[in-house]
Design a protein around this ligand. Structure first.
Ligand code: MN
Length: 327
């Protein structure tokens, strides 16, 4: 349900965006389709409104998302100061990585997000934890402005649709509501190839990623009567298949989708020795964000993540215990 707090925040966001002339927009580290889609859509909408805006992200946009409209504009500032900073899809300031200093440099800030663990770090916080994606919220926000002054065009619609599709697993996750479909249906009235968006971001897989998938899935380990499944991406797997960390995206769902599995965990070697990136996916019976928060991470009920340091077997055992405790 939409509360008064959220309606007020929506109004404040509209006023802040219309009142600003120099805006910096921030996507989270290791950007995904939702943070990119919402940030790029906002950027383009602001340009359509005649404003100046820059895009920031600690990381370069991955090849997989490089064809999103405006993706090349990241980290090429055209302004040296801002009157408004906007974080898109960031649950806390840490998600801004090294860009946090720029975020904190402006007199006004907005935090537009759907993570239930969001810690409301900005001056105005537009947080709908029941939304499928930040793009769903961004559409509602831009629609309010668009009614008075056009700021949604075909490209903006395609960007928002991309974020909704990627963050909802093609409208299959439990974060999908009637409103998600209302937003999608309004977006589909614009002129872009929605089937091509789904093909590119949900279905297509490079041959190298296919080889990585085969290697890692055949070494999956299962615990607690098959309710917990764990996969491990090693640096050797990446080297032998000519892939990298970004190619792990989505492969964990192959484990989560197995009948009987309630928690799927993917442990990925980072380039730093004994440092691991962990993704957790759960069925509705288990809270993934509760498991991740045991280790200082966060996320959603069915998808969360954290980072752990140590020897692989110790890291795996700690995660396994946290999973069992939450079963
Ligand atoms: Mn998101």
């Amino acid at each position: 349900m939409t509360t008064m707090r959220e309606i007020n925040a929506m109004d404040k966001c509209v006023k802040a965006l219309l009142g600003a002339s120099k805006v910096a927009i921030f996507s989270h580290i290791n950007p995904d389709g939702d943070t990119l889609g919402s940030s790029l859509a906002l950027h383009r909408a602001l340009v359509l409104l005649g404003k100046q805006a820059d895009l920031y992200c600690e990381n370069e946009v991955k090849e997989f998302y490089a064809s999103m409209s405006g993706a090349r504009l990241y980290n090429k500032p055209t302004l040296d100061c801002y009157d408004l900073c906007v974080a898109c899809d960031c649950g806390d300031l840490g998600r801004l990585g090294a860009c946090v200093d720029v975020f904190l440099s402006a007199p006004h800030s907005l935090n537009i997000d759907h993570h239930k663990t969001n810690d409301r770090f900005a001056k105005v916080n537009l947080i709908f934890s029941q939304a499928s994606s930040t793009c769903e919220i961004m559409f509602d926000l831009l629609k309010l402005i668009d009614e008075k002054q056009r700021c949604i065009d075909d490209e903006v619609a395609k960007l928002l649709y991309t974020g909704i599709v990627t963050d909802s697993g093609g409208f299959t996750y439990s974060n999908v509501s009637a409103h998600t479909h209302v937003v999608a249906s309004q977006l589909l009235k614009y002129d872009f190839d929605a089937a091509a968006v789904c093909e590119k971001y949900l279905k297509s897989i490079s041959f190298n990623k296919f080889n990585l998938k085969v290697r890692v899935l055949q070494n999956a380990r299962f615990f607690e009567d098959g309710t917990i499944g764990i996969i491990h991406f090693t640096q050797e797997d990446f080297a032998l298949t000519n892939t990298s960390e970004e190619d792990t995206d989505g492969l964990i769902n192959n484990i989560r989708n197995i009948d009987g599995v309630q928690v799927a965990v993917a442990i990925t070697d980072t380039s730093v020795d004994n440092s691991f990136k962990v993704s957790i996916r759960t069925t509705d019976k288990v809270d993934a964000s509760a498991i991740a928060s045991t280790f200082g991470g966060g996320g959603h009920k069915n998808a969360a993540g954290c980072r752990l340091n140590g020897f692989y077997e110790d890291v795996k055992d700690k995660l396994l215990k946290a999973c069992k405790d939450n079963l």
